[in-house]
Design a protein around this ligand. Structure first.
Ligand code: FE
Length: 227
């Protein structure tokens, strides 16, 4: 089976956040969707290994921030490739405490919703949390980020814990591309890294020594030449 066919399913990109007593956390998810309008309910699929899973499971509430198309890779990497067990992910971002007391991430957010879990479904590696929407707000105008845009235009990657993760076979590519061994991001000299001010046409060798992976923050030494 060529599971890449499943890449053609459309999704958005969201920060799903929750709390556990006084602790707050959030993560990136692409699998959020509305189930019904009367009453408004949504579902989200979260990996059981993620800290946010533990928080939602315990507090029975979550918030979802709908990200804009121009969200920097670094922001997505911060929520998508780091664990709240190691860092306080909310320290460097703007958020507010919502109606459910879950943190609502406001940076790069077009709109958000808050939900109370009414049902959960065990689907093996993940749990699908079904929530009744209890609060929504439009923050600003803009085009929401789609998962396809993230992969194709932003060259973003999925962590192994994503429900839609597919292991990529190493490909024969130009010898000047370098792959991050931490998250799988590929630095392509033709594209550069515009989010970090690196112009297209900059070779990997020419990158400043303090340049870091735009997705996971790993240093240049974590990169390997693609063969
Ligand atoms: Fe990386």
């Amino acid at each position: 089976m060529d599971l890449k066919a499943l890449y053609r399913i459309s999704y958005g990109l969201y920060v799903i956040s929750s709390r556990k007593k006084g602790k707050l956390n959030g993560q990136i998810a692409n699998t959020l969707f509305q189930l019904t309008s009367e009453p408004p309910t949504v579902a989200v699929s979260i990996n059981k290994e993620n800290l946010t899973h533990q928080f939602i499971d315990e507090s029975r509430v979550f918030a979802a921030s709908i990200l804009s198309e121009n969200t920097p890779l670094k922001f997505i990497g911060h929520f998508g490739f780091k664990s709240g067990r190691e860092i306080d992910k909310l320290i460097a971002v703007n958020y507010k405490i919502g109606k459910t007391k879950a943190p609502v991430i406001l940076d790069n957010t077009l709109a958000y919703l808050e939900a109370e879990v009414i049902k959960k479904i065990d689907v093996g590696t993940h749990t699908i949390f079904i929530g009744k929407v209890v609060e929504v707000e439009n923050i600003k105008e803009g085009i929401p980020m789609t998962y396809a845009y993230y992969h194709e235009v932003k060259q973003g990657k999925a962590p192994k814990t994503a429900p839609t993760y597919i292991k990529e076979e190493p490909k024969k590519r130009g010898r000047d591309k370098y792959r991050c061994t931490v998250c799988g991001y590929v630095y392509d000299p033709e594209k550069g890294d515009p989010d970090s001010g690196i112009k297209p046409g900059t070779s990997f060798e020419e990158l400043p020594d303090d340049w870091i992976c735009p997705i996971c923050g790993a240093g240049k030494e974590e990169f390997e030449k693609e063969t």
